[in-house]
Design a protein around this ligand. Structure first.
Ligand SMILES: C[S@@+](CC[C@H](N)C(=O)[O-])C[C@H]1O[C@@H](n2cnc3c(N)ncnc32)[C@H](O)[C@@H]1O
Length: 348
């Protein structure tokens, strides 16, 4: 969602024309999200991405989904990893495939509105040898058929890495990005579906652009407590940047426009603001603890003090903080789309 989807040959060209990143990176005390990128190693060509793939929030969602599986009730040892899960807004299917590769008895139902995503994820399932345990269907989060499919399947775990960019009223963004005037429409719908089908655990990704605590609050209202939070600071991208002035007027928007933070996150000078990506692992509880205020406190501190604030977060649940600089974004793309030094054609 932050950089345009580039073909391998384009990414090679852009990387070779850029000067190398500074070796004397400022010490911030916040690790890079790149440290978690080993999880994406199986997803290189011929694995393919749908047009709407965004590596940073997908990777964060992978981390939360993994943590969410640890919240599932342990079955007897002979049935370890025997669970069913549904991935809403599944795109390429990457998050689901990651879980399938870790649990050899798990079964996936992937749902996405985009027919191309369904075709791509089905092909990916065959490439990875996971087709027997993965089903993909074209489905809109708001459709009756999605509701019926989930009610029939009753998954143990629900995963969702949805669009999250707030859309100024009267405008319509691309399907992969825009998520209503508050950027929370898809997330709220996913939480509503969880309330309906009551999976044991939930993995969601969202951001600080609008109402980050409201997502946690909605999950709590539906009976889910936040157990594990993954946070990464990132600079504005193609879609988030286009709504900069609208974001400034939103009540619950947490961005940081300070030079110090931008020099760290976007040292090439390309950043207008930084914000936080979140992904959380939730478990169904009889009386969920209320953690929304802690998430809002993290956002307020970030908006006030910048990326360095992530070095000292205090919360009553585990919080895994990181940042993704522009260079790290490129590294992630190059890792997924093909190695540098093997251009498919000569740069022009
Ligand atoms: C951030 S991308 C998810 C990327 C995904 N993790 C991947 O590996 O490709 C958001 C996805 O939401 C899907 N989407 C958008 N609106 C939707 C809707 N109303 N119902 C279902 N899926 C939707 C898009 O087609 C897109 O694939």
């Amino acid at each position: 969602m932050l950089l345009q989807n580039v073909s391998p040959s384009t990414s090679v060209r852009s990387v070779t024309q850029l000067s190398l990143p500074p070796t004397d990176k400022p010490s911030v005390g916040v690790p890079s999200l790149i440290d978690e990128a080993w999880r994406l190693e199986p997803f290189v060509p011929p694995f393919a991405f749908s047009a709407f793939f965004s590596p940073e929030d997908t990777l964060l969602c992978v981390c939360a989904a993994e943590a969410a599986t640890d919240l599932l009730t342990e079955p007897e040892p002979s049935k370890a990893g025997d669970y069913s899960f549904a991935e809403l807004t599944s795109g390429s299917g990457l998050v689901g495939f990651y879980l399938l590769q870790r649990a050899h008895r798990a079964r996936l139902l992937g749902l996405d509105i985009d027919p191309e995503a369904t075709a791509v994820s089905e092909r990916n399932a065959r490439v990875l040898g996971l087709a027997e345990r993965a089903r993909f269907t074209g489905a809109d989060l708001w459709s009756e058929s999605t509701r019926a499919l989930l009610e029939k399947d009753r998954p143990d775990l629900l995963v969702c890495n949805p669009p999250y960019v707030p859309e100024p009223p009267g405008t319509r963004m691309h399907i992969e990005a825009g998520a209503g005037p508050h950027g929370t429409a898809h997330l709220m719908q996913a939480v509503g579906l969880a309330r309906l089908v009551q999976p044991e655990a939930l993995a969601l990704s969202w951001c600080s652009l609008s109402a980050p605590a409201a997502i946690v609050g909605a999950a709590e209202e539906s009976g889910y407590e936040l157990h594990n939070l993954f946070v990464t600071a990132i600079a504005d991208g193609e879609y988030s940047g286009s709504v900069h002035s609208y974001l400034r007027d939103l009540d619950d928007c947490y961005i940081n426009e300070q030079r110090d933070t931008l020099d760290i996150i976007a040292s090439d000078g390309s950043g207008r603001f930084a914000y936080l990506l979140f992904a959380g692992a939730f478990r169904r509880e009889v009386e969920p603890r209320r953690n929304g205020a802690d998430v809002e406190a993290i956002c307020r501190k970030f908006a006030r003090e910048g990326v360095r604030s992530l070095a000292s977060i205090d919360a009553p649940f585990p919080v895994h903080c990181s940042m993704l600089t522009r260079w790290d974004e490129l590294e992630l793309r190059v890792m997924l789309h093909g190695a540098i030094g093997r251009p498919t054609r000569e740069p022009v």
